[in-house]
Ligand binder design. Structure first.
Ligand SMILES: [Zn+2]
Length: 92
């Protein structure tokens, strides 16, 4: 599968987000998506995928869980509003 096929729906790295093998990582479409995610959700898909590649999904999920837990009350951070869904505190 070449880079020209690398649309969001056809790229194998998107189909198989956690074990992607796209040789052109991060591909252009992913970069665009990543930019949107950074702006909207304060997270980077590229960083996420790189972290999964490096440390594996288990470590990644653990880190994410810590990252998206409120330091003050342990509530879940609402990614859409970037603040704790329980106490409303913004994460650092
Ligand atoms: Zn909280």
């Amino acid at each position: 599968m070449g880079n020209s096929n690398c649309g969001i729906s056809s790229c194998e790295q998107v189909k198989d987000r956690y074990r992607h093998t796209c040789s052109d990582f991060p591909c252009r479409r992913l970069k665009q998506l990543d930019t949107r995610y950074r702006a909207k959700y304060h997270m980077s898909m590229i960083d996420n995928l790189a972290a999964i590649r490096k440390d594996g999904i288990r470590a990644f999920v653990k880190n994410e869980r810590e990252r998206w837990s409120c330091k003050a009350c342990g509530g879940i951070i609402d990614v859409h509003h970037y603040r704790c869904s329980v106490c409303g505190r913004e994460p650092e």
